[in-house]
Design a protein. Structure first.
Length: 450
């Protein structure tokens, strides 16, 4: 017995001695695949895209809306459609600690339509026009122009079925890329009809592709069952060849869809927007009806796979599908990452914020303290000021002022801080003057005007 006790004690001792094993996962100093930082050096491109897009949205009467990045998964499955690549393969979906099934938004339209219904926007005067800007997430294979986190700017108009709004959407999207300097853009348009005429067209398409089944890729063989329209824009060469002779949706539109499409083309002619009818353009989401369009930059080598800069279309059934009133709607999204890429390739102009024309230098601890407030009051009065408060030596601060090519340098030394004055130095002439702090703003403004 005693022996056994001793043995147990020994085991207990060893167990006590063991340190908890710390498992250190390797820290990867990089974001997840398909995601990236947009560094300060690239921000001027993004800022330019935001400015031009937001200006166009404002000019056409669109107001901004922000919706959550995360929504309930079934909003997307219901809206975008179960047979689509986005839903089948590309959603970032997870269950929260509270058991909610949610997804990162793969696009904005479903979320905005949800918000439109939830917030009773159908009572507002039509069309209800909104724009958005922000990130989307698709778990796709990253490649040139295709990221897992990417940014879209887009517009949605609810409550108007007239093709003139479709034309205005294309006009806006086209104007944005044109104003950014991408001038060789072609719009591809098509009409995929309404659920009525599409049913008949879908049957025709299925029998056509059934007869060519052997020549289709594995994915398209599956699409034949769940989403035959998507075979038309498959990127595989063999499928593209088969698709070339497929029946075209524009030849099988009902009267209403045909005249809608005809109106749209007339409006585009009137706007002198270069467009091509692209019978293979169907786009990846189930909710589209009638008009679909995409914008392509012509600078990409003929024949090479081209990435669309943006696209959109009409989605007359979506609001009802999500539980709202029957509401026609149309929208577009521009892929900001791709637009920025194109701007870089073409060496286009970026946004440069106004430069500081005044530098505030300080010397001594009392002056340093005072310069904080002085900086704020200059900025509040619309004067952009540069500084390097961390530096103690006047010489090094003046060197920076020189480098920044400012017009004026304000010098606040210990004496000036006590006297309530500032030295104003005009950099071009080197002339200096002592100015009372209370008059500083007016003095600076007067001199900058010169
Ligand atoms: P979609 O919602 O698929 O019609 O996309 C609208 C636009 O967003 C496209 O024309 C692209 O410019 C852009 N876009 C879509 N998916 C991606 C992605 N994975 N990476 C970068 N841009 C994308």
């Amino acid at each position: 017995m005693a022996k056994k006790n001793q043995a147990t004690k020994k085991v207990a001792k060893t167990v006590k001695k063991q340190k908890p094993v710390e498992i250190k996962e390797e820290l990867l100093l990089q974001p997840p695949r398909g995601m990236r930082d947009i560094l300060p050096k690239d921000q001027p491109y993004w800022q330019q895209v935001r400015r031009v897009s937001e200006k166009a949205a404002a000019d056409f009467g669109y107001r901004r809306i922000d919706t959550p990045i995360v929504e309930f998964t079934n909003l997307f499955t219901r809206g975008i459609g179960t047979g689509t690549d986005i839903i089948e393969k590309e959603m970032y979906s997870f269950t929260t600690k509270g058991g909610e099934k949610v997804s990162l938004r793969p696009e904005f339209t479903a979320g905005i339509a949800r918000s439109y219904i939830q917030n009773g926007m159908q009572v507002e005067s039509k069309p209800v026009k909104m724009f958005y800007i922000g990130p989307c997430y698709r778990y796709d294979r990253p490649q040139e122009g295709r990221f897992r986190e990417f940014f879209q700017f887009g517009c949605e108009a609810f409550g108007e079925q007239d093709a003139i709004v479709d034309a205005q959407m294309i006009q806006m999207a086209w104007r944005i890329v044109f104003q950014l300097g991408i001038k060789n853009v072609t719009v591809h348009v098509n009409s995929i009809g309404c659920p009525g005429c599409r049913k008949q067209y879908r049957n025709l398409l299925v029998s056509y592709f059934e007869s060519k089944r052997q020549k289709l890729c594995i994915d398209c063989k599956k699409r034949l069952e769940i989403n035959p329209l998507r075979i038309l824009d498959c990127k595989e060469d063999k499928c593209a060849q088969v698709a070339q002779n497929a029946p075209q949706s524009v030849d099988h539109l009902c009267e209403d869809c045909r005249s809608h499409f005809k109106d749209l083309l007339e409006y585009l002619d009137e706007l002198e927007i270069p467009f091509e009818i692209d019978p293979n353009l169907v786009r990846g989401l189930d909710y589209y009806t009638k008009t679909v369009f995409e914008l392509f930059a012509g600078s990409i080598v003929e024949g090479a796979k081209r990435n669309a800069l943006g696209g959109g279309g009409r989605y007359d059934g979506l609001v009802k599908l999500l539980g709202g009133e029957d509401t026609p709607a149309v929208g577009f999204a521009i892929g900001m990452d791709r637009v920025v890429n194109e701007m870089k390739k073409m060496g286009l102009k970026t946004y440069h914020p106004p430069k500081a024309r005044v530098f505030l230098a300080q010397l001594g601890s009392f002056a340093k303290k005072k310069s904080l407030r002085m900086f704020e009051s200059l900025e509040r009065n619309g004067i952009i000021v540069a500084e390097s408060f961390g530096r103690g030596s006047l010489k090094s601060q003046l060197k920076i002022a020189d480098r920044l090519k400012v017009d004026l340098t304000l010098i606040l030394g210990q004496k000036e801080a006590i006297d309530g004055t500032v030295i104003v130095k005009e950099m071009a002439s080197g002339m200096q003057e002592i100015v009372p702090s209370v008059k500083l703003i007016d003095e600076v403004k007067k001199r900058l005007k010169k």
